[in-house]
Design a binder for this molecule. Structure first.
Ligand SMILES: Nc1ncnc2c1ncn2[C@@H]1O[C@H](COP(=O)(O)OP(=O)(O)OP(=O)(O)O)[C@@H](O)[C@H]1O
Length: 466
């Protein structure tokens, strides 16, 4: 008998069993025990090595059966609880054990769009990974954004053609917290998690795709955003934050690269630093966040709450207005390797607010960046700010592509409103013909999703997209 494989199988089985299986096994053990007690036999004796066959477990099943059950269970549809049990298993099982797996393991929440074939969901066969292509970037090979720990590809299910984002986190950096909040809490402004897969020393997280790229990518390609665009993004982020904060959840890393654009909305991503507070104050054990966007109370490390996200949103708005995070124009990065002391001493960075900021938006920023958290506005309060509800005459119309396309009153829009696929729509709007329409009225925000992703899947990955 191959004991090494036996242990691998056991470890995987125990960790990968879902709650129902565990309860069933315990109930079976208890009823065995009652039977044995009735018959005068001791369970301990029954489990002793002397009396047990090496292939037999306490419930009488043969080990090879259990190993094969794990094998059969490789990738399956499951509930959020199953997914969390799976990611806990991944983080509790030694990497040396996991790296011996010959096939992928995983739990998918999305039964409709991700097709598991005989317990498998194979990267590059059942789901293809591509670089992203964005309307505001020059045509080319596309790009694959990289965070601190992993790359994020555009993914497409080969059968259903569902497009998703796929974030690969190397096993040694993966922690259950990376998925926990995203799996448990659903809101339209939080990227929905579709499932997790373990394959080749990495965890692949599938989620809702921000096909327009992140705000950071947009800023880097197109420069500072105009106020009506900022208003739209701020509303979207605040709705997501209002929801998270109502559950006492602190995101901890609000910044332009963690806001991604979709055809009709913006969503928050990257929940690796997120925590759910158990008390009114969260006392950190480590510094969580990205320096430039950190609130003064977070830098101080003596305890903070959800208001820290509001401050980070304020700094994010400054970045959207000016094209740079706060502080860096006054204190160049080359001369200041760390901004913690500057934030501690000088926050809030009101001097970094753009000169052409409207008075209403300046007011919102002052309330979001208030140094004292108790005086700082909440997400709900900011959502009511005048700055976020400009009169229609004052502002260019601030529509997402989808809502613009849905409006049949505008003659230029009416000709596009017949189309159904939003990505296809964005391509139509991006043609030369639509140039004057785009230039003249600023009628819509270019949310950046490039047309034609739907053409990608024609077979196995080609050299161009593989
Ligand atoms: N759902 C998504 N849709 C589109 N793009 C995404 C998505 N999730 C992440 N990205 C892109 O990938 C980048 C890195 O992702 P993410 O921030 O989750 O990784 P990370 O390793 O946690 O990064 P960080 O350095 O910010 O901690 C993002 O800045 C964004 O550009």
């Amino acid at each position: 008998m191959d004991f090494e494989n036996q242990n691998v199988g056991l470890e995987l089985l125990l960790a990968h069993m879902n709650l129902g299986d565990i309860i069933e096994a315990v109930e079976r053990l208890c009823s065995d025990r009652e039977d044995e007690e009735e018959s005068g036999e001791s369970l301990v004796e029954g489990l002793s090595g002397d009396t047990m066959d090496e292939n037999e477990l306490s419930d009488g099943s043969a080990l090879p059966d259990l190993v094969s059950r794990v094998q059969n269970d490789k990738v399956r549809y499951g509930s959020v609880a199953d997914l969390l049990a799976f990611v806990n298993m991944v983080s509790n099982t030694p990497a040396s054990t996991l790296s011996k797996l010959e096939e992928e393991l995983g739990v998918l929440l999305n039964k409709t769009d991700m097709v598991i074939k005989e317990g498998r969901y194979r990267i590059d066969l059942d789901v293809l990974l591509f670089p992203w292509r964005l309307t505001y970037k020059a045509p080319g090979p596309g790009h694959v954004p990289k965070g601190s720990f992993g790359k994020v590809h555009l993914a497409q299910d080969i059968k259903t053609r569902k497009r998703m984002a796929c974030k690969r986190i190397p096993l040694e950096h993966f922690k259950p917290a990376d998925v926990e909040i995203q799996a448990r809490f659903r809101h339209e402004n939080i990227a929905e998690l579709y499932g997790a897969l373990l394959w080749e020393k990495g965890v692949y997280l599938f989620m809702e795709a921000g096909e327009g790229g992140s705000i950071l990518e947009k800023l880097e390609s197109c420069g500072p955003m105009r106020e009506f665009e900022i208003i739209w993004v701020t509303q979207q982020v605040l709705r997501g934050l209002e929801y998270l904060h109502s559950h006492n959840i602190i995101h901890h890393d609000i910044k332009p690269s963690n806001i991604v654009l979709m055809s009709a909305k913006a969503v928050l991503v990257d929940f690796g630093l997120t925590v759910q507070m158990m008390e009114d104050v969260y006392i950190p054990r480590d510094l969580r966040g990205t320096e430039m966007y950190m609130s003064p109370e977070l830098v101080l490390c003596r305890g903070h709450n959800t208001k820290t996200d509001i401050y980070s949103l304020g700094t994010t708005i400054i970045h959207m207005q000016t094209g740079s995070p706060p502080w860096v124009r006054r204190y160049p990065r080359s001369a200041y390797p760390s901004y913690l002391y500057i934030i501690h001493k000088q926050a809030p960075p009101l001097e970094d607010i753009s000169e052409d900021c409207s008075p209403a938006m300046r007011g919102l920023l002052e309330r979001a960046l208030e140094r004292v958290p108790t005086r700082r506005s909440s997400a709900t309060e900011l959502l009511h700010e005048e700055a976020l509800h400009p009169s229609r005459e004052d502002q260019p119309r601030c529509w997402s592509l989808d809502s613009a396309l849905g409006d049949s009153t505008h003659p230029l829009l009416r000709q596009h409103s017949q189309m159904t696929d939003s990505t296809q729509d964005s391509s139509s709007l991006y043609t030369e013909d639509s140039g004057p329409f785009k230039r003249k009225g600023s009628l819509y925000i270019d949310l950046g999703a490039l047309a034609g992703y739907y053409n990608f899947v024609r077979g196995p990955p080609s050299a161009e997209y593989g």
